[in-house]
Design a protein around this ligand. Structure first.
Ligand code: TYD
Length: 138
């Protein structure tokens, strides 16, 4: 699967809005980890890594941010600015999160528990890994 936007149905009524996310229903994996990123200044760049095993869906539940991904040697920039849309990022995609608004809360869902050993945090190493492994799982 490729990097892609996912759109969530906005539920709710006159009392306000609600978005529901369920395993294997409107998300392409089983959720095993949830974290959120907030309080990052506009000039901060976060991420700058690729994951060997983990897949992600990123949702700006508040505010906005930009996500730069390097996929198949092609750079793409996505803006997230709605609680109703997510960005799916498969394994082995280099990603950077930046341009955070002051009110940005970036919710991240993943299919694997945190394991620092499956993070590639050096871009040259990432390029080498992609060349040598062609996407093999560890
Ligand atoms: P880091 O991966 O550097 O954040 P980002 O990719 O947003 O720039 O993680 C920051 C800190 O949080 C680091 O000490 C590792 C820790 N961490 C966890 O303990 N569990 C997690 O699921 C994540 C994503 C990070």
């Amino acid at each position: 699967m490729k990097v892609k936007k996912i759109f969530f149905k906005e539920l709710g009524d006159s009392r306000g809005h609600l978005v529901a996310i369920e395993n294997n229903l409107n998300i392409p994996f089983q959720i095993n980890r949830v974290f959120y990123i907030y309080g990052s200044d506009r000039e901060v760049i976060r991420g700058q890594h690729a994951n060997i095993n983990s897949e992600f869906v990123l949702i700006n539940v508040s505010g906005k941010s930009k996500i730069k991904v390097m996929n198949d040697g092609k750079e793409m920039i996505y803006e997230l600015n709605s609680p109703c849309e997510g960005l799916y990022i498969p394994r082995l995609v280099w990603k950077e999160m930046y341009d955070f608004s002051e009110d940005s809360v970036l919710l991240v869902l993943s299919n694997f528990a945190y394991d620092p050993d499956e993070y590639i945090r050096n871009y040259d190493e990432y390029k080498l890994y992609m060349k040598d492994n062609k996407g093999g799982v560890i």
